[in-house]
Design a protein around this ligand. Structure first.
Ligand SMILES: NC(=O)C1=CN([C@@H]2O[C@H](COP(=O)(O)OP(=O)(O)OC[C@H]3O[C@@H](n4cnc5c(N)ncnc54)[C@H](O)[C@@H]3O)[C@@H](O)[C@H]2O)C=CC1
Ligand SMILES: O=C(O)C(=O)COP(=O)(O)O
Length: 524
């Protein structure tokens, strides 16, 4: 008999298969109210309200699976779950339409002052002049993040006669063309959009993306919406722009801290808010509950789950053999993703030597997971990497070749983007570790770990010295430095590692050195 704790409110119809299943007992109550029986549960189902902390997981020694009936797993300590050997699954697309529709409802409400007018009429007022609105038709909507939800919003906006401009650094030209949207830089979007809506995950790149630096670039009278995650629009930075009338209206479904108690933004008439309702429809809740209920039952029955965010699907023995290579491959993917800031269409992987005899499909998925991790909202791992790459129009292939590299094992990856192709070569040397031994036909040899910078430059006297001097002047200690070149005086590269990450301003200073072509920070 398996015991399942459903800790947040979920659709009873969606949970029906689970409620009806034999060998399963479902308890519906808050985890905080089930203290004395936590140790008895094998599965935990949550939405965003229950905080699944290391401490909670620690109190649930029988737990095998945590299911998030929704997309964002910010409320689940994924590392803790993985550490405890607990599989985490989610329902990534069941609430897409609902969230897109809610965003649209917020957009029309914002432009037509519907929430304010509703309150006014209910207060026995009939003030038609105070609530003159703005049409959507003919306006430019800037969508930041064209994933599942962003795409659905673009489609709806087009039906309203709205021009759609998209900023998503990971959007390929093919995909943009398929959805008939215009791809733009962030600055172009800020300058041209009448309305800006954000649909990215909350990451270190997206936190405060719409904030003190970007707001002055927006049009006077801009409307802003955040139905993704609190913090993508900087809650403090918008205040002066609301005060001086630069922002005509702001709609928030999410907050940095939820619920937002006595939040300063709530006092503005032109700020409208909902209590994280994006996914709160009967349909979305049915979808997500049914999806996780089915998956949990499958999993408890010993079958594969389709949407795991942390589950490797190999036997322990096979997993141990491929472990060094999957770790290397994940880092290789991650290095390229950070070096190559452009949309990517295809990833081709070549295996040589001893690695070619292993389960390369898993290593390939690791590499793709490493590549996608800096670019997508959901957690990507070996289980879901292929599916997510496909969704994003990225094809991938692997090839086993005879040993041409001279290394006992070698993984070579060519990543084809809209503008360039990036090639990287890695090997694993027993008792020595993972090494990157080639980048774009340059021979190099470095350990892919920690805080790195990758510099492309011209092989001229003094370039390396100037880099060293600037770093020294800023009291930055170079831990390791590798250089590679093809011909004397030609193209060259440097890979430097540090004990801490470098700030943006220092990277800009370095990039201004003559003969430096490009510079990329890599965090592993
Ligand atoms: N309000 C609510 O109730 C709900 C909120 N959400 C949230 O909505 C957001 C979007 O969800 P999905 O569309 O399902 O995710 P998704 O993973 O399908 O799309 C995210 C998109 O953001 C893009 N992106 C990543 N970093 C970026 C950056 N620095 N700049 C611009 N674009 C970037 C990615 O390329 C991707 O296309 C997530 O934060 C999710 O948690 C999701 C469902 C309900
Ligand atoms: O799915 C998501 O990411 C959401 O934000 C929805 O959250 P909820 O399930 O409504 O608590």
């Amino acid at each position: 008999m398996y015991r399942i704790l459903v800790s947040d409110s979920m659709s009873a119809d969606g949970l029906q298969p689970m409620l009806a299943a034999e060998n399963v007992e479902v308890v519906q109550k808050k985890a905080s109210e089930a203290a004395d029986e936590l140790h008895t549960f094998h599965a935990l189902l949550v939405r965003s309200a229950t905080k699944v902390t290391d401490e909670l997981i620690g109190k649930m020694p029988s737990l095998k699976i945590i299911a998030r009936a929704g997309v964002g797993i910010d409320n689940i300590d994924l590392d803790a779950a993985t550490k405890h050997g607990v599989v985490v699954i989610n329902a990534p697309d069941g609430n897409t339409i609902s969230t897109a529709e809610h965003t649209f409802a917020m957009m029309t409400s914002l432009l037509r002052h519907i929430p304010q007018a509703n309150v006014s009429v209910k207060s026995n007022e009939w003030n038609r002049t105070a609530y003159v609105g703005t049409e959507l038709y003919g306006k430019t909507l800037g969508i930041v993040g064209l994933g599942r939800i962003g795409t659905e919003i673009a489609k709806r906006a087009q039906a309203f006669g709205v021009n759609v401009l998209v900023f998503d650094p990971f959007l390929t030209r093919d995909r943009a063309a398929k959805i008939s949207v215009k791809s733009a830089s962030l600055d172009e979007l800020l300058e041209q959009a009448d309305i800006i809506t954000v649909h990215t995950p909350l990451t270190k790149e997206t936190r405060g993306l719409i904030g003190a630096k970007s707001l002055p670039k927006t049009k006077k009278g801009v409307y802003l919406l955040n139905c993704a995650r609190g913090g993508i629009i900087d809650e403090e930075a918008v205040i002066p722009f609301l005060e001086n009338g630069h922002i005509a209206g702001l709609a928030l479904d999410v907050f940095e801290i939820e619920p937002p108690v006595n939040h300063p933004l709530l006092k503005y008439d032109n700020v409208i808010a909902t209590p994280h309702l994006g996914a709160s429809t009967k349909e979305a809740q049915l979808n997500v509950a049914a999806q996780v209920a089915q998956d949990v039952l499958h999993f408890l029955d010993g079958k594969m789950v389709t949407t795991s965010v942390n589950l490797p699907t190999l036997t322990k023995e096979v997993f141990e053999k491929i472990q060094p290579f999957y770790k290397l491959a994940k880092k290789m993917g991650n290095v390229v993703s950070q070096c190559m800031k452009e949309p990517v269409n295809d990833i081709s992987i070549k295996y040589e030597g001893s690695v070619a005899e292993l389960e390369t499909s898993f290593i390939t998925k690791s590499l793709i997971a490493g590549f996608l991790t800096p670019r997508v909202a959901s957690n990507v791992n070996e289980v879901n990497a292929g599916m997510i790459a496909k969704e994003r129009g990225i094809s991938f292939s692997e090839k086993i070749t005879s040993n041409q590299s001279g290394y006992a094992n070698c993984i070579t990856v060519a990543i084809h983007g809209d503008q360039t192709t990036f090639e990287i070569k890695g090997t694993h040397i027993p008792h020595y570790g993972e090494r990157i031994v080639g980048i774009n036909s340059f021979n190099i040899d470095f350990y892919p770990s920690g805080h790195l910078i990758y510099i492309q430059h011209t092989d001229k006297p003094g370039v390396i010295g100037r880099v060293g001097r600037i770093l020294g002047d800023h009291e930055v200690n170079i831990a390791t430095m590798q250089v590679g070149r093809k011909n004397a005086g030609g193209e060259a590269i440097m890979m430097l590692s540090f004990d801490r990450s470098l700030d943006e301003s220092l990277l800009t200073t370095l990039s201004e050195i003559d003969d430096i072509v490009s510079i990329r920070a890599i965090e592993l």
